[in-house]
Design a binder for this molecule. Structure first.
Ligand code: ACO
Length: 441
């Protein structure tokens, strides 16, 4: 027996069990042998919101929340953000190694060739209200792609998988740009294969009547860096959704649409939009102390602050702060930066935030940059979804190739009624549930 073990005594029975420890974890299924008798199902582990449960083994992203470290495939995020393009990092995440020149050229050609979308999808887009949320449009159009590529269901064929991954990485900016222009009532701009990933995206967003849109190189690089920083973040809410939905062998378009849905929530990717709304609500630097007091009194959360894993400064937020300065040299300073810096300064000195180890996360500064670049807040989360799709595909592939994985299906601890008999409707007394008592607006 290796000495990496855990000995448990069940005080209900007095029996002792020795469980192997593997990489600082025990297997939850090993608890099942702990029973009070032959009829007993066996011990479960109970972990709402997966606070202390590893759901997979992964070699994609390394994150040390206490030390503020983030690495993709072993490479520090700071180096990738400084030295690589987004598509280079995408290749790394999906293939495990950085590409050589020839591989990168081929990869860029592949992705670029798949940036067009079927004309029918434009009709689908036209069905949305002009003020529909872009995340809703992205989620729906990505799901709709599954009807265009029925072969995508064959997820066990590596070649089919690769083609869908390339298609989706190629089409995400196009779908986003179309939804953006749809909301403004502008004609759609087709992808331009001569441009880089981010410059093509900017061209599809902002080209008006000029024959060739020329993106400012500083802004294009800033977007590239933001895309790199957002590309993966191990088992977060949307990546776990991608894995859970993908574990039923749903096709990658349906699976990605589910991950987009998870990202849209304000506690996850939707926080970048909420940060801007919060800064608008605060209005000026002098109102920051009062706003912080309001948060401490339990009225809402400081959006863009706190993280399930980072209990130290989010390394991405540090890089974003630097990118913000570069962007503002081109666009002029976004006055909201001063409010954000004041919020950060006061929060980081305040016992409430220090005790709970709450630091700015990736979303705290990204929205301020996006706004300076000309994006409206409702597009911010879509800007997160484009690069994060790469991480989702890397996680999805890894899950499908992992022989230990099965359909994701947690257990529960049932707390409802014991068995009861249905009585006739005339004999029932009115009961009030929270749902029944809720007032419909
Ligand atoms: N503002 C004020 N208080 C906070 C905040 C915040 N942003 N975040 C956490 N807290 C408090 C909680 O109320 C709790 O206090 P308590 O111990 O007195 O009850 C304590 O800090 C611990 O917080 P939890 O909710 O247990 O932390 P959890 O890991 O579940 O939540 C989360 C992490 C969802 C990110 C949370 O910090 C939050 O809601 N932040 C604001 C939204 C946000 O910025 N989300 C983006 C995250 S990054 C991303 O997904 C891309």
């Amino acid at each position: 027996m290796p000495n990496e073990t855990l000995t448990i005594t069940d005080n209900r029975t007095g029996k002792t069990y020795t469980l192997p420890i593997y990489k600082d974890a025990i297997r939850a299924i090993d608890l099942r042998q702990i029973k009070t008798g032959p009829e007993d199902f066996g011990l479960l582990s109970y972990d709402p919101a997966f606070l202390n449960t590893a759901s997979c083994q992964s070699s994609i992203t390394y994150l040390d929340g206490d030390r503020g470290i983030l690495r993709y495939r072993g490479y520090p995020i700071e180096q990738l953000a400084e030295k690589c393009s987004f598509l280079e990092v995408a290749y790394l995440l999906l293939n495990g190694e950085l590409p050589c020149e020839e591989q990168l050229d081929m990869w860029i050609t592949d992705v670029t060739r798949h940036s067009m979308i079927h004309e029918n999808l434009k009709k689908f887009m036209e069905g949305f209200h002009y003020d529909g949320h872009p995340m809703g449009m992205l989620m729906s159009t990505v799901a709709a792609l599954s009807t265009f590529y029925p072969e995508a269901r064959n997820i066990h064929d590596p070649g089919v998988r690769k083609l869908q991954i390339i298609r989706l990485i190629g089409k995400m900016p196009t779908l986003t740009a179309y939804s953006y222009r749809h909301s403004l009532g502008l004609p759609y701009v087709y992808p331009d294969n001569d441009l880089s990933y981010t410059k093509n995206f900017m061209n599809m967003l902002w080209r008006r009547t000029e024959p060739k849109f020329s993106a400012n190189p500083v802004l294009a690089r800033a977007l590239e860096v933001l895309f790199i920083l957002h590309a993966d973040h191990e088992q977060n809410c949307s990546a776990s959704t991608m894995r859970a939905v993908g574990s039923s062998f749903a096709d990658p378009y349906a699976t990605t649409a589910a991950a987009i849905a998870a990202l849209s929530g304000p506690l996850h990717g939707g926080a970048n939009e909420e940060v801007l709304r919060m800064l608008d609500e605060i209005g000026s630097k002098d109102k920051v102390p009062a706003y912080i007091e309001q948060i401490k009194a339990g009225h809402g959360k400081l959006m863009g602050f706190g993280h399930r894993v980072y209990k130290n400064y989010d390394p991405r937020a540090r890089i974003i702060k630097r990118v913000a300065e570069e962007v503002f040299e081109v666009t002029g300073r976004n006055p909201k930066l001063d409010i954000a810096l004041e919020l950060e300064r006061i929060a980081l000195e305040d016992d409430f935030f220090i005790k709970r180890r709450l630091y700015p996360n990736v979303d705290f500064y990204s929205g301020i940059i996006y706004q300076a670049m000309g994006f409206t807040p409702d597009v911010f989360t879509v800007l997160f979804a484009i690069p994060r799709a790469v991480g989702w595909f890397a996680q999805w592939q890894e899950m499908l190739q992992d022989s230990e994985q099965k359909i994701a299906r947690p257990r529960q601890i049932y707390t409802g009624e014991a068995v009861r008999q249905v009585v006739r409707i005339e004999e029932r007394h009115p009961q009030t549930s929270a749902l029944a008592a809720a007032t419909v607006a």
